[in-house]
Design a protein around this ligand. Structure first.
Ligand SMILES: C[S@@+](CC[C@H](N)C(=O)[O-])C[C@H]1O[C@@H](n2cnc3c(N)ncnc32)[C@H](O)[C@@H]1O
Length: 393
């Protein structure tokens, strides 16, 4: 273990000397991301791919104590600030597959000042990363073509197929065969596209859509992503004047046809990707009291694209809600994304409020009768759901 790592074990009493020493090490050029694993390799004289990355920040999180004096707490907070100022990573993973935030959560420090520091650093990093990505200078298309051929050729030579990933790529998903079971909609490799355990979350979503109706005689709502039709059935029970549903997957559209959704008087089914079917509505004078968004295999960048349309489609008093599963495989990432969404919607003049909803215990992958038992990969492992409602300020 290096002196930097020893320092981050926070031997008490914690004094200003801790902070000064930390600054000294960092000023001397020791990276804030220097890991225990790198020290180990250095000591063994090897240079291998690192199996994990236990950083000084992990050690601090592993050693903070609930009985710190206020002075000690202040010093540790300054140490964390100093590490972030010097490029510490908020989401690097230690040998237990934990980020520093996960370590805090395990040790009962969720919501503490240290936790808040990590979430804030995560938000800054995510926003900065997006900014950098959007400012990258792209190479010309003909150059791309040449670059692209090489790896493809290499993969062919090595007999490698591109991994079939319906959850990570929208085009692949829309060509993937889907299957309805009693309590889920699954892809061919058993990704959970939609699952019955989300019913309570859909109920909250449906309630939000009707919260700010301007004229009870002209209630117009939009749901993007039919899935199992859970939220759409709830919407139908409220008998809106017009109920728009956007759906792109042919198997889901077939199911909607079989179940009579196309024949309902107040239902308008927009067949195809919302990216194609929503923009024409902007010229048709259609405005919504409520818009709900819950698709599959799309990225946060797609949601950002949706915000552009949202401001033109939502009535001034309207409510926007969505299935909030961004970063939901770790509580710390979930909270970072909660803030990122809040910031982004604020840029569009929308204020977002979140209500906490307890999720079923069976969504814990370690639960005896876990809902993930037969599923390719859990898409939800957080103990709490933050139900979002956004309205113009
Ligand atoms: C998670 S499910 C929706 C579940 C729904 N909220 C419910 O209550 O059952 C996602 C749905 O979005 C659809 N979808 C995915 N990408 C889409 C897109 N770009 N445009 C429209 N629908 C899309 C999928 O085919 C799928 O039916």
């Amino acid at each position: 273990m290096s002196e930097l790592h020893e320092l981050c074990q926070l031997k008490r009493p914690i004094t200003k000397g801790h902070l000064e020493k930390l600054k000294e090490y960092l000023a001397a050029g020791i990276p804030a991301t220097y890991t225990l694993e790198e020290v180990d390799q250095f000591e063994r004289g090897v240079d291998e791919e690192l199996p994990s990355t236990t950083t000084p920040l992990h050690l601090i999180c592993e050693n903070v104590s609930h009985d710190f004096t206020p002075e000690e707490e202040e010093i540790v907070i300054s140490m964390i600030d100093e590490l972030f100022l010097n490029g510490a990573g908020w989401c690097l993973i230690n040998a237990k597959n934990e980020t520093p935030g996960c370590v805090l959560e395990r040790r009962g420090f969720h919501g503490s000042k240290y936790w808040e520091q990590i979430v804030s650093a995560g938000v800054r990093a995510e926003v900065l990363l997006r900014h950098m990505e959007s400012n990258i200078e792209f190479i010309e298309e003909d150059e791309v073509a040449d670059y692209d051929k090489e790896p493809a050729k290499q993969e062919q030579q090595e007999g490698k197929e591109k991994e079939h990933d319906p959850a990570g790529d929208s085009d692949t998903f829309l060509k993937t065969k889907l299957k309805y079971t009693d309590d889920a909609l699954l892809t061919d490799r058993k990704d959970g596209v939609m699952m019955q355990w989300e019913e309570k979350l859909m109920k909250a979503g449906c309630e939000s859509l009707f919260k700010s109706v301007e004229d009870p005689n002209n209630v117009v709502v939009l749901n993007i992503g039919f899935g199992m039709g859970i939220i759409d059935s709830m919407i139908q029970n409220k008998n809106p004047t017009k109920h728009y549903i956007c759906e792109a997957h042919p198997d889901v559209l077939d199911k909607m046809q079989r179940d009579g959704w196309m024949d309902k008087n107040n239902v308008v089914v927009l067949k195809g990707k919302w990216q194609d079917t929503l923009p024409p509505l902007l010229n048709e004078g259609v405005f919504f009291d409520g818009i709900y968004f819950d698709t599959f295999s799309e990225q946060y960048s797609d949601m950002l694209e949706l915000y552009d349309l949202l401001v033109g489609l939502l009535k001034p008093e309207g409510t926007f809600s969505f299935f909030n599963g961004l970063g939901a495989d770790r509580l710390v990432c979930y909270e970072v994304y909660k803030r990122v969404v809040e910031l982004d919607l604020e840029n569009y003049g929308l204020k977002t409020e979140f209500t906490e909803i307890e999720v079923p215990k069976t969504t814990n992958p370690d639960a005896k009768d876990s809902v993930w038992a037969d599923i390719y990969r859990p898409y939800w492992t957080c103990p709490v759901y933050y139900h979002p409602e956004a309205k113009f300020m």
